[in-house]
Design a protein around this ligand. Sequence first.
Ligand code: ZN
Length: 315
Amino acid sequence: MKLEGIHHITAITGDAPRNVDFYARVLGLRLVKKTVNQDDPTVYHLFYGDEHGDPGLDLTFFEYPGVAPGRPGAGMVHRIVWRVASPEAIDFWESRLGTEGVDARREDDRLNFSDPEGLDHELRVDASGDEPLTADHVEVPREHALQGFDGVRAYTDDPDRSTALLEEALGFERRGEGWESRGQHRGSFYVYDAAPDQRGLQGAGSVHHVAWASSMDEHEEWRERVLRAGARPTPVIDRFYFRSIYFREPSGVLFEIATIGPGFSADEDPEHLGERLSLPPAFEHLRDQVEKTLTPLPDTTRWRPARVSGSNPAK
Ligand code: ZN
């Protein structure tokens, strides 16, 4: 039984319109779901993905309008590492981010930059051989598109503390400077860096949690394993697009194990993912109220290639 690498990563934004502009326009991801925080339906939960909203490229943001900037510290993910196809793709992003006024620092075939709220990203030429997960965008040629997560880097005071849980319970394997979680189809790395002296703060531009991908069938069993390893998982929570358990790994990073499926087309036509506000059934009767309260967002369809007419005659 193996986890299939990273399912999704969830971070925090204080400025949802600017967040949509950066991830859906500048980085060329597809806004695959626009919904509300299930614990607070007055604010967004935004999901960016590849064309199909597949686990492996799914970056999500909780919106807390105007929240103060966060700061990564011990027990927090501080960098998201993405795959691209080639050194030419790195050239493309160096130039595109430069044009956007984003300070992108290149080191060989890696490019490091931050989003407008300080969330740190790195692009790397892919060496995994996993299927590329890409989104279509009017200004990003497909061969240069982001291809999914390569891994995350987290801060810890003591990496040894987490070794038993990562290796024995979660089946991570030692690779290079950290670990790899690899299943039948995909894998991602997990690496620690020494934590800065300053305590971390959750806030705008900080990562809230990282979710690892499980098949539907094995989900309960993962929970049992986590429990046996001494961590304290939540009960299985139905997030509608997937099922989840949450727990802190011993270094303090909030982990989730989420199921591959049912997926984002559970409540929307795959052609029109993310175009209208999706509400969990329990909130549907509040739609009028909720829509009035939410921050207006840019229309992302203008960054999407036009669909060939006649390709979808039934709609
Ligand atoms: Zn999550």
